[in-house]
Ligand binder design. Structure first.
Ligand code: PLP
Length: 374
């Protein structure tokens, strides 16, 4: 028998989450962001749940090829654009749309031999200071692109640094609007946080002069997988999102320990009273963060309890006090949904690990078998 650990991808939850993002974005079209192998879920495994999107956005050309191999004929956007000239050949071959964020990419386009002009998304650095043309250089980049026979339609794009926090998107919106107000082309601005928190509220997407900023394409990623982009201010449940992934493993041992006994490496948990503990077949080599302290929430047979002691490579230990009937063959849900319907959000576990749901999803280890559920 294989080791009793399993990740499950929930197709219906992905569909639900896509619908939530679409609803929040009003009439905008939705790029399902599937970079990093669909945030660790597996592109092939999420495809059925997300094929209702208007396009797929990612940044690795091999992943673009995989989306085409699945039979997807709609738009695919490369979020970081071409890395070298021959990437543009693949863009022509696979009909990929691509981001242009720097002069070198315009040079590549100018050198690219193609009879079929390419659709590009011109990226502005409106304040995040990662990728994109500074506002004062944006229009000249647009003019240069527009003059190239290799270029078809130019869409306008930016990315927010603070859509999930108190600073919000107002300043970057103002920069973007002031620079682009008279440029033609579709607009793409919002990630999950901006889509849920700001696009949903038209007042926030309005220029100072009252003009509504049209968002033609939104780019949700994390929300599609059922994690709240602004946890703990909002939970995934509050946003109407369902876990796209469950990580579960069986108890492979359960036993009683007496008050004063310690558990695991470093003896770093000491029982205050007699108690029962369970040993779960999941450890940091499966992608469960070693940093998770005693007290990290976990479900056992759908009942909420906590981890005790240090996470080891292949095992964690859990407190069975709230689940006295639990024994070996009981199921521990590390994140996601238990058989009785109880949900443990990946965001809660991530917070215990001082990180975000993104990192836990992306870190699911390759040794964990994955199943796709309806
Ligand atoms: C990753 C990414 C997104 C999606 O962000 P989420 O926070 O996961 O919704 C959107 N746009 C760009 C440019 C990205 O790189």
């Amino acid at each position: 028998m294989p080791r009793p650990i399993l990740a499950t991808i929930h197709t219906q939850a992905l569909r639900n989450n896509l619908a939530r993002a679409r609803h929040a974005a009003h009439d905008a079209r939705v790029w399902a962001v599937v970079k990093a192998n669909a945030y660790g879920h597996g592109i092939e495994r999420v495809f059925e749940g997300l094929r209702g999107a208007d396009g797929f956005a990612l940044l690795d050309l091999n992943e673009a090829q995989r989306v085409r191999d699945l039979g997807w004929r709609g738009p695919i956007l490369l979020l970081e654009g071409a890395f070298e000239l021959r990437d543009l050949e693949l863009c022509s071959r696979l009909d990929l749309w691509h981001t242009v964020h720097c002069d070198a990419q315009i040079d590549m386009l100018a050198a690219h031999k193609t009879n079929v002009p390419q659709r590009v998304f011109l990226k502005m650095n409106s304040g995040m200071n990662r990728l994109g043309f500074a506002p004062e250089r944006y229009r000249s980049a647009w003019t240069r692109l527009n003059a190239l026979p290799q270029v078809d339609e130019i869409s306008l794009m930016t990315h927010f640094s603070d859509a999930d926090g108190p600073k919000g998107v107002t300043e970057q919106m103002a920069v973007f609007a002031a620079t682009t107000h008279d440029l033609p082309g579709e607009r793409s601005l919002s990630n999950s946080a901006a889509t849920l928190r700001h696009t949903a509220d038209p007042a926030q997407m309005t220029e100072p002069n009252g003009t509504q900023i049209v968002s033609d394409w939104v780019r949700p990623g994390i929300a599609l997988y059922g994690s709240a982009p602004d946890f703990p201010e909002h939970s995934a449940t509050e946003w109407g999102l369902q876990p796209g992934m469950t990580l579960a493993a069986k108890l492979i041992a359960a036993h009683a320990i007496s008050a004063g006994s310690s558990v695991g490496y470093g003896s770093n948990f000491v029982a205050q009273a007699d108690m029962r503990i369970g040993v779960v077949a999941c450890g940091y080599a499966d992608g469960y963060p070693r940093i998770c302290p005693t007290g990290t929430p976990v479900l056992v047979d759908g009942v909420r309890t906590r981890t005790v002691g240090r996470v080891s490579m292949d095992m964690i230990t859990v407190d069975l006090t709230p689940v006295p009937q639990a024994g070996s063959a009981s199921v521990a849900t590390l994140w996601g949904k238990a058989a009785n319907g109880a949900v443990l959000s990946i965001d809660e576990v991530a917070a215990c690990a001082q990180t975000v749901g993104y990192e836990l999803m992306c870190g699911l280890a390759s040794r964990v078998p994955v199943e796709v559920a309806a």
